[in-house]
Design a protein around this ligand. Structure first.
Ligand SMILES: C[S@@+](CC[C@H](N)C(=O)[O-])C[C@H]1O[C@@H](n2cnc3c(N)ncnc32)[C@H](O)[C@@H]1O
Length: 226
């Protein structure tokens, strides 16, 4: 009897979760908006960290001491803090988010953790407040699917990324905005990025890209369009 109750409780929970997920995916296919700050608090949790380990994800980006790194859409800093450890005292992480409430929460977390090499600022991925060729690495985790004009954001990232820099895009299956790898590769290719590497498994992935060499036919046509 007890086993039957447990089985049905578990089955109903799984079914409800799947239903909510499907409904969210359908809505978000048509309407893109940033996830509210109070929801972001729930995605920074131990289960997610186990599935999508910040240590591993940041390892894959090849961030080294002294680098200048841009993170777009840091949320509460799940990956920001790990990146800040890698760049060390001589490096900097610039974390920009479109929501003031997110930046305020992240800033107080950084303050509490006494992290001083992260600059958290309100800005949009469409208009990055940085000069051309500034960053060694730029990354977005569970963000690109939320952005309605992906090409505009990616072209802006391309502008601020150094020619030898890397763009890293990570996604997790549980995110209602989750795009497939091949979709992300196509979005990036259209904005003038070539795939370098892919990591991860069935539940999450990280893709790294480099700028297409200027002078290549595709890179030139992107330049003309932008
Ligand atoms: C799903 S959360 C991911 C947070 C964090 N990267 C993580 O994986 O835990 C997406 C974040 O992207 C931000 N965001 C959405 N659209 C943006 C835009 N156009 N420019 C900058 N940030 C944006 C949201 O405010 C939110 O903090």
């Amino acid at each position: 009897m007890m086993l039957t109750i447990l089985f049905w409780t578990f089955a109903i929970l799984i079914f409800s979760f799947a239903l909510v997920e499907v409904i969210f995916r359908i809505i978000r296919r048509f309407i893109h908006f940033p996830i509210p700050a109070f929801v972001i608090r729930f995605i920074d949790n131990p289960v997610r960290r186990r599935i999508q380990s910040p240590v591993k994800v940041v390892d894959w980006m090849g961030i080294r001491g002294g680098m200048c790194v841009l993170e777009i859409g840091p949320g509460l800093g799940t990956f920001t803090i790990e990146a800040s450890k890698r760049v060390g005292e001589s490096g900097k992480v610039f974390a920009i988010d479109i929501q003031l409430s997110v930046i305020l929460k992240l800033s107080s977390r950084l303050l509490r953790a006494k992290i001083v090499n992260v600059m958290a600022t309100v800005a949009s991925a469409y208009e990055l407040p940085f000069s051309n060729d500034t960053f060694d690495r730029a990354f977005m985790i569970a963000v690109l699917g939320e952005i309605s004009d992906k090409k505009k954001a990616l072209l802006e990232i391309k502008r601020v990324l150094r020619d030898d820099g890397l763009l890293a895009i990570g996604e997790i299956l549980l995110d209602p905005d989750y795009p497939r790898r091949r979709t992300v590769i196509e979005w990036c290719r259209e904005a003038g990025f070539d795939l370098v590497d892919g990591y991860g498994g069935a539940l999450h992935y990280l893709l790294t890209f480099k700028k297409q060499p200027s002078g290549s036919a595709r890179a030139d046509s992107m330049q003309t369009l932008s």
